[in-house]
Design a protein around this ligand. Sequence first.
Ligand SMILES: Nc1nc2c(ncn2[C@@H]2O[C@H](COP(=O)(O)OP(=O)(O)O)[C@@H](O)[C@H]2O)c(=O)[nH]1
Ligand SMILES: [Mg+2]
Length: 251
Amino acid sequence: MLKWRMAFFMSKNLIVIPARNEEETIYEVVTKSLKYADVSVTDDGSRDKTVSILKSIFAEYEHGKHPHKLNIITHTVSTHIPRGIQNGLIYAMTLNYDFVVTMDAGLSHDPDALPDFFNYNSDVDVLIGWRNKTKNVPLYRKAVSAMARIVVNYALTGSYFNLTGPGLRDCTSGYRRYSRRAYELIAGTRLKSKTFDFHIEALSLCYRAGMKVEEIPINYVFSNSSFNKNDLKQAIKFGFHLISTKSSFYS
Ligand SMILES: Nc1nc2c(ncn2[C@@H]2O[C@H](COP(=O)(O)OP(=O)(O)O)[C@@H](O)[C@H]2O)c(=O)[nH]1
Ligand SMILES: [Mg+2]
């Protein structure tokens, strides 16, 4: 335990937040996160006040109001979650961060749980915050997550007879910590995912590269979601791709 805590104090941590039209929550998410580590937000062509709010937090940071650094990446057109997160990971590589935690800009993920991620065993490459206690999650979302869990666990290993794979409890949660080698792999891969399937692809890349994956329980509050029918279609398509590459993995 002592060793893990020391790893937290000595490691350089970054929180990467993809954001699109999150004016209601972005201030709280970012300022609370800045209590714990540096933050990089990728604004992905937001049409609301997200950018101006981010600029005001940046001005606060320049006046010494926040204990950690804020970086803002702005896309003029939407590139969605994969590119939004990848750009944050490339920024992490440039500044040599040891760990990156990705989180939602809509307060679905509690920023006060960040120390749980940063304090966790530093040998783990992908630490998934599995949604243990949830609030307001619609039935269709529970069904999508449950299906994804079955398909992804099955697809992760190379054997056709291993039905349950690593038995992960949550394969689609976006609240995660990546080690440097994990986030470098994701940042350097030409991704096939296009929207929310990013979280599945990032997990499968790392797991199939032999990296250590573990989970910690989190509280999750469903809020304003942009997940739609096209995202679901894309996730199903990605699920088929994952199963079809079961034995060959990525080539
Ligand atoms: N960069 C980027 N982020 C997005 C986009 N769409 C959603 N997000 C962000 O991805 C996270 C999850 O998306 P959200 O719509 O809240 O879905 P949820 O998982 O159902 O809560 C939030 O931080 C969003 O702001 C997008 O097109 N680009
Ligand atoms: Mg959300």
